[in-house]
Design a protein. Structure first.
Length: 296
């Protein structure tokens, strides 16, 4: 196993204590290779500099193992609730750090920016603007001797600080909304795939009125049951398990019952529509026969 994959696999048990962050990878490296003198340099070599790339790799590895945990080695047929229950139990082990996984999914790989324009006239005008300090201690306000020594920051000096900090570029705030949506879609897709495979193995594919395969569909994708796990722990919580797990499983069961009820109503409506269509066809043929026999 390559060192990169070994580090990621060994870091998964450390998520509950070190979160989806660089320290988890560093601790994992120290456990695997304690002789390494500079673990930060090794992490930079394997995952790149900064904290975004390493955290993103850890989240992706955690998600990959989560998809594997949804499958059961038992030969018995699992319904959708059982498959999703295993996934929720896996996610609950991350504890309060699960929200950081979602935050990482919304973080873009790079921060877009635009060049800061160089305008000498603007700088000259800004230098004439004096901005008072944001806070002055009460002692200085009451002291008349120190009032003459008080200096006001000019807008041009603040602009110089921004330029030096951002390397002559203006960073733009950006969010990737497709990250969490793709995460939820992959979980839903895997759950439906596992249920369908178990049903196909027993040749129990259910057919609708028009002979189309029916079963769990994408209607429930819009409801993120896992969002209940993103809540913070209570201040007095001493349990080693996620205190929100029971509530999350209850929400899953309730929503799936609503989903099954909706599907059942749609199936009955489909059957009724078929009966109505058959009746209309029968009436049309009857009227056609009467008209033909009388006038033709």
């Amino acid at each position: 196993m390559a060192l990169r994959q070994q580090l990621l696999s060994n870091s998964l048990p450390l998520i509950s204590s070190h979160s989806f962050a660089r320290p988890a990878l560093i601790q994992s490296l120290r456990q695997i290779k304690p002789e390494v003198q500079n673990p930060d340099a090794v992490i930079d070599t394997l995952f790149g500099t900064g904290s975004v790339a390493s955290s993103r790799a850890l989240v992706e590895k955690w998600e990959e193992e989560g998809l594997k945990s949804m499958n059961s080695s038992k030969e018995t047929e699992d319904d959708l609730e059982e498959v999703l229950k295993r996934r929720i139990e896996y996610s609950s082990k991350a504890g309060e750090h699960l929200v950081e996984a979602y935050a990482n999914l919304t973080t873009p790989s790079s921060t877009p920016s635009i060049p800061l324009p160089s305008l000498p006239i603007l700088r000259t005008l800004l230098s004439t603007i004096k901005i008072p300090p944001s806070y002055v201690p009460p002692v200085l306000q009451s002291s008349s001797s120190s009032s003459s020594n008080r200096k006001s920051n000019s807008a041009s000096s603040i602009l110089d600080q921004i330029v030096s900090t951002t390397n002559h570029r203006i960073p733009l705030l950006s969010i990737n909304p497709l990250g969490p949506l793709g995460y939820a879609w992959r979980i839903a897709d895997e759950a439906l795939f596992l249920c369908e495979q178990k049903v196909k193995a027993k040749a129990l594919i259910k057919k609708g009125y028009w002979n189309e395969p029916t079963g769990p569909g994408p209607e429930w994708y819009t409801k993120r049951i896992e969002s209940n796990l993103l809540q913070p722990y209570p201040a007095n919580s001493l349990s080693t398990t996620n205190p929100h797990l029971e509530k999350t499983l209850l929400a899953l069961r309730t929503n799936l019952q609503r989903y099954k009820s909706t599907i059942s109503n749609l199936e009955r409506s489909e059957e009724n529509m078929g009966e109505v269509a058959g009746f209309i066809d029968y009436v049309a043929k009857s009227w056609g026969g009467l008209i033909t026999s009388r006038y033709f």
